[in-house]
Design a protein around this ligand. Structure first.
Ligand code: HEC
Length: 163
């Protein structure tokens, strides 16, 4: 009898362990970002960071003023025809775009606007307001990083934006 009780309780313990394992593997299966659940099929990271070559941007706490001047020059040639900092133009104002977009999103928009417009719901919503698709300006990643620094600097100096 003792022996039977022992093996019985062993069996109970084993089945508890098995149930716990089965349960936790179920949970880890459910956990993921479940991109398939989104109608647009994008992952949470793509929603936040946009679609394109930039996955992570390291920003220094202090603005790099040399980079800002480079970015300002590129902005004047390649962006100012459509963007102002404080008001709507052909495209949206960019003076405070860092309030609503991550640095990665902003760089991916500069480097990969076509795919962003095709796939990203936020850019599709903008297209609905601005009608013109933003063209690819053939920036290098270094150019885009410089323009981002210019926008960071502008952000600090911009107080009012008319959407
Ligand atoms: C020919 C006009 C045009 C040019 C040139 C242009 N853009 Fe745009 N941009 C737009 C439009 C229009 C939108 C709104 C989205 C759309 O309609 O595709 C936009 C959207 C954006 C956005 C997203 C704004 C938001 O609120 O999320 C960013 C960032 C941006 N542009 C940055 C730039 C930068 C930086 C440059 C220069 C390298 C540039 N754009 C050049 C027209 C332009």
């Amino acid at each position: 009898m003792k022996r039977f009780l022992f093996s019985f309780s062993l069996l109970v313990m084993l089945s508890l362990v098995w149930a716990a394992c089965a349960d936790s593997s179920d949970r880890s299966f459910d956990d993921g970002a479940s991109p398939a659940d989104r109608a647009d099929g994008l992952s949470q990271s793509e929603i936040e960071k946009g679609i394109g070559p930039i996955e992570k941007v390291e920003l220094s706490a202090v603005i790099d003023t040399a980079l800002v001047s480079q970015g300002e020059a590129i902005f004047a040639v390649k962006c100012a025809a459509c963007h102002k900092l404080t008001e709507r133009y052909v495209g949206p104002p960019l003076g405070q775009v860092l309030d609503i977009r991550t640095p990665e999103f902003i760089m991916n928009m500069m480097l990969n606007p076509d795919e962003m417009a095709r796939q990203h719901p936020e850019v599709q919503a903008l297209l609905g307001q601005y009608f013109v698709p933003m063209p690819n300006q053939n920036l290098t990643e270094a150019d885009a990083r410089a323009v981002l620094e210019f926008l960071r600097d502008a952000y600090m100096g911009t107080s009012e934006v008319t959407p």
